[in-house]
Write a protein that binds this ligand. Structure first.
Ligand code: CTP
Length: 407
């Protein structure tokens, strides 16, 4: 497994008008290379130092400056609230003396500042200015105010400045900003460095060389969990049934399987090495008792299909888990969901069960959204609203972090 310290996160990159802005195309490239989706926000004066076209090209999104864009006789509102909610992290680099002052005093005369005021995600600033400016008590006080409100600083460094002077005020190099950002985001996650087994998708149970029994699971929920866990620094063993999905993250090691028996074999081998397992796969409950070596003729098929149960992987793990190991199952119920899920939690010795109830619009197989209820041994059930599967993954993993903290 490679280096997991990458950043498949949504980053709002605010660029203020200072000479160090000329390095921001490299910063965008470094963020994208680390796995981030980047939305660039520029102050109007940043345009003097770096081309929005270059930033848009490298970030694959229009670099935004105005709260209202007026182009070709049309107007488009760049919704700062939506942008702020979209972001997992906001980075302001370079953060100039002027932008820092406005941030510290709640001024809001451009899109970057409107997003900053709306942001609930972690905010990092990479100050950059000449050494006398950086030394000025008002700048120091503004940075102190922002730090006291939870803003994290990256740099500045001591070195050669654009003025030709040498001193403190040089913006941290793009690669180092990304490294600091990753370290800052991983810091404090109970999943960082933990080994996590996640299974996902359906299984296929062969009837003969061309036919199988399957189900409609897309694997999207399990893959969202794997990506989010990797983003939090976990080393993920992803065991996937037949799905048409990619999970591009160096923290994810993927094994593809087809049948419930293969899924069971791989998962059981991996389980003892893991701190936690999340079983989101829709493993078949039955399989044909025999697999025909040749394609069955249609007139014999109906009578040839005797079924036998597959092994319940989750129940095996519940019976074999060691002290401190955490186990999360999924349940899909059509009626009396909470009651059945609680029974499963008990019976399979789970720490948490994620209940899906089929039937609501936007919920279940193939959808990008889901509505789930989280049930653990102690607290009351946590009913979550309809969310994207990415958001559900975050909520589930937030709960998993609590479980690990109490392991
Ligand atoms: N599961 C498993 N192995 C199986 C079947 C299911 O590990 N052979 C896991 C799934 O990955 C999921 C949970 O068990 O985490 C789902 O259980 P579910 O199929 O809803 O319940 P069952 O235990 O099969 O009970 P029932 O069908 O009676 O509801």
């Amino acid at each position: 497994m490679g280096d997991a310290r990458t950043l498949p996160r949504r980053v709002l990159l605010g660029i203020a008008g200072g000479i160090a802005a000329y390095k921001t195309p490299m910063l965008v490239r470094a963020l994208v290379k680390a796995g981030a989706e980047v939305q660039v926000l520029m102050t109007p004066s940043a345009h003097e130092f770096v081309s929005p076209l270059v930033l848009s090209t490298l970030s694959h999104r229009p670099a935004l400056t105005e709260l209202v864009d007026r182009q070709d006789g049309t107007e488009r509102w760049n919704d700062h609230v939506r942008l702020a909610r979209w972001a997992d992290v906001m980075l302001i680099a370079p953060a100039t003396a002027h932008t820092l002052a406005k941030m510290a005093h709640g001024l809001c005369d451009n899109l970057l500042l409107a997003c900053w005021l709306s942001a609930e995600c972690p905010v990092h600033i990479a100050p950059a200015m000449d050494l006398e400016m950086y030394r000025d008590p008002s700048v120091k006080a503004n940075i102190a105010t922002l730090k006291a409100r939870g803003v994290r600083t990256i740099g500045p460094e001591i070195g050669e400045l654009a003025s030709g002077l040498n001193g403190e005020g040089r913006m941290t190099e793009p690669e180092d900003i990304v490294a600091a950002l990753v370290a800052g985001l991983l810091h404090g996650s109970a999943l960082a460095g933990k080994r996590l087994l996640i299974n996902a998708g359906p299984t296929q149970e062969a009837i003969d060389p061309v036919r199988y029994i399957g189900n409609r699971s897309s694997g999207k929920m399990g893959f969202a969990l794997a990506m989010e866990a990797a983003a939090r620094g976990a080393l993920v063993e992803l065991v996937a049934g037949p799905v048409a999905l990619a999970a591009e993250h160096p923290g994810i090691h993927r094994t593809d399987v087809v049948s419930a028996a293969e899924m069971a074999e791989v998962c059981k081998n991996l389980f003892p090495t893991c701190d936690m397992a999340i079983l989101s796969a829709a493993v078949a409950d039955w399989r044909p008792a025999t697999i025909a070596g040749k394609k069955l003729k249609k007139n014999v098929g109906m009578n040839a299909l005797a079924l036998e149960p597959t092994e319940d992987i989750l129940a095996w793990m519940g019976a074999n888990k060691r002290n401190g190991q955490r186990l999360v199952g999924f349940a899909l119920e059509t009626d009396d969901g909470e009651k059945h899920a609680r029974e499963k939690l008990q019976r399979k010795a789970l720490d948490l069960i994620v209940l899906n109830t089929l039937g609501d619009p936007g919920v279940g197989f193939g959808h990008d959204t889901n509505r789930v209820t989280l049930i653990d041994k102690g607290t009351a059930a946590q009913h979550l609203p309809l969310m994207s599967k990415g958001e559900v993954a975050r909520a589930v993993l937030d709960h998993c972090e609590t479980l690990l903290n109490h392991a």
